[in-house]
Design a protein around this ligand. Structure first.
Ligand code: PEP
Length: 255
């Protein structure tokens, strides 16, 4: 597997943080620090911050994403936002299947698949999150869990569409906990995901496919994680809210 074939992607997931004014300040601080990045830089922000983020990042190397989208184009889905609504604003990235959505808001493998379909149909690039709970890792079913999440979400996705999907392997026990998978643990699952892509599509698709790691990646541990052959970037929660820390991770991915 050749890491050179892939451009790393560092994506921030701001979760439910930052008002528009705070978002503007954070982006202003971040812009000069990441401007020379030799990787793709994305910030996925709350819906209310999207317009500010688009305006503040215009003409820069920072791309803007949302943190979810609905599977329908429109309709009686109070509180939801469609992929078309996002692209109409100029938002082209979206996180789908984050474990917080799966755990607290009832997202299932099937609704994740439907959201992925809607996002692809709207022309978006998807950051698809997969990952096991601690108990599942302890019981030795990590590969089964991650394999089935991956296969179900990619059901009906063509090889051509696959270039607009990134998978973020995010062990749930490592998200927001300060516990990080070891580089070996993360690389093992990322490599398994790449093999799953090869089985579903082919080696060419697998070699080109970006698999991120997410789960307490920070300015200190990023370099070691990103040095692994199957870790092609990161989905960053807490550390993406601090411009200097996020920039440090971007720098590590640019090596
Ligand atoms: C995330 O929200 O996707 C995440 C990885 O969070 P954190 O970096 O805070 O663990």
């Amino acid at each position: 597997m050749n890491k050179q074939l892939r451009k790393a992607v560092i994506a921030g997931n701001w979760k439910m943080n930052k008002t528009p004014a705070e978002a503007a300040a954070l982006i202003d601080e971040m812009k000069p620090l990441v401007k020379d990045a030799d990787c793709d830089v994305v910030i996925c922000v709350p819906y209310v911050d999207l317009q500010t983020a688009l305006e503040k990042t215009a003409g820069t190397n920072i791309k803007v994403g949302a943190e979810n989208c609905h599977w329908a184009k429109s309709g009686a889905f109070t509180g939801e936002v469609s992929a078309e609504m996002l692209t109409s604003m100029g938002v082209n990235y979206v996180v789908i299947g984050h474990s917080e959505r799966r755990t607290y808001f009832g997202d299932t493998d099937q609704t994740v698949k439907d959201r992925v379909r809607a996002a692809l149909d709207a022309g978006m690039t998807v950051i698809l999150c997969v990952g096991e709970y601690e108990q599942q890792r302890l019981q030795g079913v990590t590969f089964e869990v991650v394999g089935s999440q991956t296969k179900i979400a990619l059901g009906g996705v063509s090889k051509e569409e696959l270039s607009r999907i990134i998978i973020a392997y995010e062990p749930v026990w490592a998200i927001g906990t300060g516990l990080t998978a070891t580089p070996e643990q993360a690389n093992e699952v990322n490599s398994f995901i790449r093999k799953t892509i090869e089985d579903l599509y082919d080696k060419e698709a697998a070699d080109a496919f970006v698999v991120q790691y997410g789960g307490s990646m920070n300015a200190k541990n990023a370099e070691e994680l990103l040095a692994k052959p199957d870790i092609d970037g990161g989905l960053i929660g807490g550390a993406s809210l601090k411009a200097a820390d996020f920039a440090q991770i971007v720098k590590a991915a640019s090596k």
